[in-house]
Each structure stands twice: as C-alpha cells, then as structure tokens.
Design a protein around this ligand. Structure first.
Ligand code: CMP
Length: 139
C-alpha cells in the first residue's frame, strides 16, 4: 500500500491566503484520492519532530516557526505512483523554480512559505502518514 500513497500538508501561508480549497481541488483533479484529512495547528514540539531530519539545517528554526504560525491541513493521498506524481504536481521546493501550473508555482511565494509539503519517498510517506493518522482515521 505504501507505494501508492503519499503524505501532504497544506501549509499556513496557503491556508491563510484562502487557497486550501483550490489546492485540494487541484490534487483531486489530478487523480489523488483523499484517504485521511485533518485541519489542525502544529505546536513547536510536533513540528520539530516532524521535520527532525532538518534539525541541523540553518533554516530549521524558521521552518518550525513558520509551520506553527497558523492552521494546516494534513492529508494522506492515494494514487498509482503517488510520491513521484505528487512531487511533479506540487513543483520544485523553491516556487521560483517551480514549473508552470504546479501548485507551488500557482500558490506559493517563497521557499519557506511554499504552500504544500509532499513526501520525498515511499518510506517517508509511510512514516509521515503514520505520524499524523491512526488506522481508524484512514478510509
Ligand atoms: P518541505 O517539503 O515541507 O520540507 C522542508 C521545508 O523546509 C521545505 O519544504 C521548505 O519549505 C523549507 N526550506 C526552507 N529553506 C530550505 C532550503 N534551503 N532547502 C530545502 N528546504 C527549505
């Protein structure tokens, strides 16, 4: 199953700017099925743990501050080749480098406020999905 699923967050900038509905629509129009969905605000410890792999990077503190600055949507999505296809759909991490029509090109302003997160591997998709959702929250 893990190979057909990915994990995403619609980040505080996109929620604050009122883009969550349009972004979810672009995801489902692209063929991703919503398996689990939550609207929530991360606290410092949760955001720090989620992004723990970046703890030593210079942008870590800014990342945690940003990700706790407002509510997010967290979701597990399903589609054949989910991880790779979803990364193509959202575009490059830096919206300035994101291809035309991708979610980050359309809705993001900067590498920090880049509208959405997408898992970078099947293993991480599984880890990240389980970080947010129990088996009783997946449909
Ligand atoms: P995301 O896919 O959620 O994973 C880590 C986040 O760190 C990334 O999106 C960016 O929003 C943020 N970030 C800030 N600076 C950088 C950087 N130089 N390289 C990678 N990610 C960065």
């Amino acid at each position: 199953m893990a190979t057909n699923r990915t994990f995403t967050m619609i980040k505080p900038d996109a929620v604050q700017n009122g883009y969550a509905g349009k972004i979810l629509d672009q995801m489902t129009e692209a063929g991703f099925k919503v398996i689990a969905l939550k609207y929530m605000q991360l606290d410092e410890s949760t955001a720090g743990n989620f992004y723990g792999v970046h703890r030593e990077r210079p942008f870590f503190n800014d990342l945690v501050t940003f990700m706790t600055s407002g509510p997010i949507y967290a979701a597990i999505l399903e589609k054949e080749n989910a991880v790779e296809d979803f990364r193509a759909l959202i575009g490059a991490t830096n919206p300035a480098e994101a291809a035309e029509g991708t979610i980050r090109q359309r809705f993001a302003k900067s590498i920090d406020a880049n509208a959405v997160h997408g898992s970078d591997s099947d293993v991480n998709a599984d880890i990240e999905g389980s970080f947010f959702f129990s088996q009783f929250e997946r449909f």
